[in-house]
Design a protein around this ligand. Structure first.
Ligand SMILES: *[C@@H]1O[C@H](CO)[C@@H](O)[C@H](O)[C@H]1NC(C)=O
Ligand SMILES: *[C@@H]1O[C@H](CO)[C@@H](O)[C@H](O)[C@H]1NC(C)=O
Ligand SMILES: *[C@@H]1O[C@H](CO)[C@@H](O)[C@H](O)[C@H]1NC(C)=O
Ligand SMILES: *[C@@H]1O[C@H](CO)[C@@H](O)[C@H](O)[C@H]1NC(C)=O
Ligand SMILES: *[C@@H]1O[C@H](CO)[C@@H](O)[C@H](O)[C@H]1NC(C)=O
Ligand SMILES: *[C@@H]1O[C@H](CO)[C@@H](O)[C@H](O)[C@H]1NC(C)=O
Ligand SMILES: *[C@@H]1O[C@H](CO)[C@@H](O)[C@H](O)[C@H]1NC(C)=O
Ligand SMILES: *[C@@H]1O[C@H](CO)[C@@H](O)[C@H](O)[C@H]1NC(C)=O
Ligand SMILES: [Zn+2]
Length: 908
């Protein structure tokens, strides 16, 4: 796997030089189109490098037989509850399942072998029928390949003939997984146990999570996204679980639930659940399922109310109706936040259930965005699917991009379009500034094994994918873009695509979309534009945090440089107004200082998004040593008079890097003092609301939460006291008067300032509340204590699924690692328990723990980790962490003195 990252590194170096001019003219185009200066003709860019044609990959199915439809029987003998009563022998729970599958195949190339996928199963009784002659063909053998191909090979005596229709029958037996992959087991409590040892409240359910390559663990199938087929499913499950509680020996009665055939679809979208869940009566084809308790308490109401609106928005936008039923289900366990299975979208409970008065507004916004993301997939991904996982961004980038449009439309109060910059652009910028980044579209040959496929689910795919699409929409104009999307969806309905199909559909206008987009999708990185206002020169080069390359390509000078300028007032200029481009901007020092002067004296003179982006650019340019770190720090001065969220959010994200680098050093004291000064005005702005545990009328403003967070964590006494006393009040009179929006931040700050008593109280509440959002606030807050022994015990709890659910393990470890008191503990912990942790989507854990690494010793440990542990799909993540650590070490070495002196000067 590391071969891949090395590969892309060498390529990157070559491409950087070859393609700078391409990027240059591209940016010119973007800017020029924006300001409609069509008179300026951009020089035609050279053709993009040709993606090398992959050799026939060994891990891919041969396309000699194609599945047309499946009939799947799955028999699941699991009991959803085990009732133990006196005098009654309770049944033994069973975690096995079995079934059979019949696939109808069309032969397109003569062959004596059929390749499909199967994993972790016993497969037997293979039978092949010729459907035309109704004759049985003799199967000589079947072989399960015990390697990463996960092939099941069926060998026949006689060849299948081109044009023939065949059916392949296989019986299988497997075990329900306990690690959230494939067909997995989940358990939860319904009600409160009367006694500690009372097991009657435990409920079991099974559900599936297939993406990307786990359908093969449930039944043998042609498990590739382009192998679309119809699925006919029958589940055989226990008839009536209440019969069990009545001790009825009728527990051998089975219920057959037969489902209508699906649309033609990719195997990874296959899904089912067997549970006791129920739904509210709502629109017949739109249902939200959850634990009966949660449904009765009305926690599905918000999802119910918003889903229809989102669906409606998409139907209009895409001009294609959604024709089947849509169930959404809130699951106690699920590895991803949500999964877009066609017609049965699964969510983590927390990501779908909303309780009025207990959940925060932030939470509501998250639910809306996530539903919008998953519903967008019903078109992008489900109806039209990428040909192969190397272009996963066609699914995920799109769903991400569309979710902002949809939520903006159905819940404008969330102001989602403003958040795009901070959420997606920032995240993409960050991931894409390292040489170990990867292009949006990788060569298919580099994405073959299940691990390599898993690696594609990263920030580049999600965030850069969305940013690049937004940029295209900005260049073409939103309505032209939308028209192209309609054409694309209609043209490739129920089919598979690659990026060129999209560019073709978008090329109705006058722009050569393919040329425009190739550089953004086939190469890593993004440019930084340098504007020199003295000489009028403009340069651009690839932006890298480790900036050693000297190559600078001049793309304009003198007169033409003026065309770059979008905003000019008096003496300064500002480029990339409203941050529509995927690039950073650097200026000569004089212009920087004039901009910063403007922003301090007349903040309204700079557009809001740019007030944030200037900070972000300054800090990142400083990290790449293109400007001095004191310039970056100077860009935070104006915050003492800023109450808008976006500039603060950018400042917080960027200063977070300083926190991570310095919170274990002498720099931290002066830095905290400075930040305390800066945030005081913001804190006071909300003080009346906060002290009374209320929120301002515009509830979506996250500034108040950020104000409390920054004020308390930088030691503003009145903030810490406020948090402590609010929490104390809850502990003493047992009613929680803290506003839902503020709970997460106040719990955390109170626990950080408190000790064992506060921690035990929070832990007790955490275990006993049935409210998902409350649980979530508490789970995070428990990681905020500064007491090392409490953090250590909390880490141990993550090994016990009865204490911390499997799907929450990585978030608990991540929160502990973020706390400087817990960082070293967490790093030791994941290495000591790697077998357990690595199964649990541990990518974020690694990223989070290692982002603080900034010493040669830590680098050494990380390198040892990368060579001695079995990293599987995480190897690219670790490779990236190593590069990041090297960058950190150098940065700290070079900037520590300056930073310390800057903060000391500011506070004196
Ligand atoms: C699935 O159902 C459809 C519609 O009833 C039918 O045409 C098809 O043959 C079935 N597929 C299999 C493999 O039985
Ligand atoms: C259990 O069985 C015993 C003897 O067979 C009987 O006396 C007792 O009432 C039973 N208890 C219940 C709860 O049925
Ligand atoms: C449960 O399993 C045990 C041991 O395998 C067996 O003795 C017992 O009869 C089983 N109980 C039921 C209800 O099947
Ligand atoms: C497949 O499984 C179903 C359900 O258990 C069963 O009714 C059917 O007979 C099986 N088919 C074959 C060919 O064994
Ligand atoms: C930037 O955004 C603001 C607020 O949305 C808008 O009023 C302004 O016209 C935009 N400016 C440009 C140049 O797009
Ligand atoms: C930062 O601000 C200070 C004080 O205004 C100024 O002296 C210094 O030159 C600035 N640094 C840079 C790099 O602009
Ligand atoms: C903060 O901004 C307001 C409004 O722009 C202005 O009236 C005030 O003087 C500024 N305060 C400081 C300390 O710069
Ligand atoms: C930066 O890149 C150069 C060459 O690509 C490499 O030799 C050096 O080790 C890197 N430095 C850091 C801090 O990663
Ligand atoms: Zn998605």
């Amino acid at each position: 796997m590391s071969k891949n990252s090395l590969m892309s590194k060498t390529l990157a170096a070559v491409f950087a030089i070859l393609t700078l001019s391409v990027i240059g003219s591209l940016v010119t185009m973007v800017i020029v189109y924006n300001i409609q200066l069509q008179k300026l003709k951009p020089t035609p860019p050279p053709t993009a490098p040709v993606t090398t044609l992959a050799p026939p990959p060994e891990m891919r199915l041969r396309e000699d037989v194609l599945p047309r439809s499946y009939q799947v029987f799955i028999h699941i003998p699991l009991y959803t509850r085990i009732i133990e009563e006196v005098n009654v022998t309770s049944p033994n729970q069973t975690f096995l399942f079995d079934g059979n599958v019949t696939v109808h195949l069309e032969c397109v190339q003569k062959t004596k072998t059929i390749f499909l996928h199967s994993r972790n199963q016993n497969v037997f009784k293979p039978m092949v029928h010729d459907l035309n002659s109704n004759k049985q063909l003799e199967v000589r053998n079947h072989i399960l390949h015990d390697d990463q191909s996960e092939f099941l090979e069926i060998i026949l005596n006689d060849a299948l003939e081109v044009g023939g229709n065949y059916s392949l029958f296989l019986a299988f037996k497997g075990e329900i997984s306990d690690s959230l992959h494939g067909l997995f087991l989940s358990s939860y409590q319904e009600g409160t146990p009367a006694h500690e040892e009372d097991t009657n409240v435990y409920r079991y359910m099974v559900a599936t999570n297939m993406q990307p390559t786990d359908t093969r663990k449930v039944f043998p199938c042609f498990d590739e996204p382009a192998m679309k087929a119809r699925f006919n499913l029958t589940i055989i499950h226990r008839r009536d679980t209440t019969a069990l509680s009545n001790q009825d020996v009728a527990d051998d009665e089975w219920q057959y639930t037969r489902f209508q055939p699906t649309e033609v679809m990719s195997p990874y979208l296959f899904a089912f659940t067997v549970s006791e869940f129920k739904h509210m009566l709502s629109i017949a084809f739109l249902q939200t399922y959850a634990r009966p308790e949660a449904v009765d308490a009305g926690h599905t109401a918000y999802a119910d109310s918003i889903t229809g609106n989102i669906l409606h928005f998409y139907q209009n936008y895409f001009d294609i109706r959604y024709t089947q039923k849509l169930d959404q289900i809130a699951m106690p366990d699920l590895a991803p936040l949500g999964m877009e299975n066609w017609g049965l979208v699964t969510y983590q409970e927390w990501a779908l259930l909303y309780e009025e008065g207990v959940s925060s507004h932030l939470h509501k916004e998250m639910i809306a965005s996530l539903i919008a993301h998953e519903l967008a997939h019903q078109w992008f991904g489900n109806m039209v699917t990428m040909k192969w996982w190397n272009e996963l961004w066609l699914n995920e980038g799109f769903a991400n991009y569309m979710s902002y449009l949809a939520v903006d439309k159905v819940a404008p109060a969330f102001k989602m379009s403003d958040k795009f910059i901070a959420n997606e652009l920032h995240s993409a910028f960050e991931a894409d500034a390292l040489t170990s980044s990867h292009p949006l579209t990788l060569p298919a040959a580099e994405v073959q094994t299940p691990d390599e496929i898993m690696e594609m689910f990263d920030r580049i795919t999600y965030s850069k994918g969305a940013v690049v699409l937004k940029m295209l929409a900005d260049v073409l104009g939103e309505s032209v873009f939308q028209k192209g999307i309609k054409i694309y969806l209609e043209r490739f309905r129920l089919k598979n695509t690659d990026q060129y199909d999209l560019w073709d559909s978008e090329s109705g206008g006058f722009v050569d979309v393919k040329t425009l987009m190739d550089t953004w999708t086939n190469q890593i990185g993004y440019p930084v534009i340098t504007i020199n206002t003295n000489s009028g020169e403009v340069y651009q080069k690839q932006f890298l945090l480790n900036d050693t390359s000297e190559s600078k390509v001049k793309s304009g000078s003198g007169q033409s440089a003026l065309e770059w300028i979008l905003f000019e007032k008096g003496e300064w200029i500002l480029a990339n107004v409203n941050c529509t481009g995927y690039y950073r901007v650097n200026y000569d020092l004089t212009n920087w200082q004039r901009l910063l002067n403007e922003i301090e004296t007349n903040p309204g003179g700079i557009p809001l998004l740019n007030r944030g982006q200037l900070i972000d650019d300054a800090f990142n340019l400083a990290r790449a040593q293109l400007v001095s770190v004191s310039l970056a720090l100077n860009s935070t001065r104006f915050l003492s008079n800023e109450t808008e969220y976006i500039p603060w959010q950018f400042a917080e994200k960027n200063l977070d890097y300083f926190v991570l680098m310095f919170d274990r050093s002498e720099v931290y004291g002066p830095m905290q003092k400075y930040l305390q000064n800066q945030v005081t005005a913001l804190y006071n702005y909300y003080k009346n609301y906060t002290d009374n545990s209320t929120v301002p009328p515009d509830p979506t403003s996250h500034s108040q939460i950020l104000a409390v967070k920054l004020a308390c964590s930088n030691g503003l006494h009145e903030c810490v006291n406020m948090a402590k006393s609010m929490f104390k009040l809850w502990m003493t009179n047992n009613t929680n008067r803290i506003h839902p929006n503020l709970r997460s931040v106040i719990y955390c700050q109170a626990l950080a300032a408190g000790g064992l008593e506060e921690w035990e109280f929070a832990w007790d509440r955490f275990q006993n509340t049935s409210d998902i959002s409350e649980k979530d606030h508490l789970r995070e807050a428990l990681a905020c204590t500064k007491k090392i022994w409490l953090l250590n015990r909390y880490l141990d709890y993550t090994l016990n699924p009865d204490k911390i659910r499997l799907m929450d393990v990585s978030s608990v470890i991540t929160s502990i690692a973020y706390n400087e008191a817990g960082h070293a503990l967490a790093w030791n912990f994941i290495r000591a328990n790697w077998n357990y942790i690595s199964k649990l989507y541990a990518g974020e854990v690694i990223t989070e723990i290692t982002q603080r690494f900034s010493t040669p010793f830590e680098l050494q440990e990380l390198e040892r980790f990368s060579t001695t542990y079995d990293l599987g799909y995480l190897s690219r993540v670790v490779q990236r962490a190593i590069e990041q650590t090297k960058v950190n070490i150098q940065w700290v070495k070079e900037n520590r003195e300056t930073v310390l002196n800057w903060f000391l000067a500011e506070i004196s």
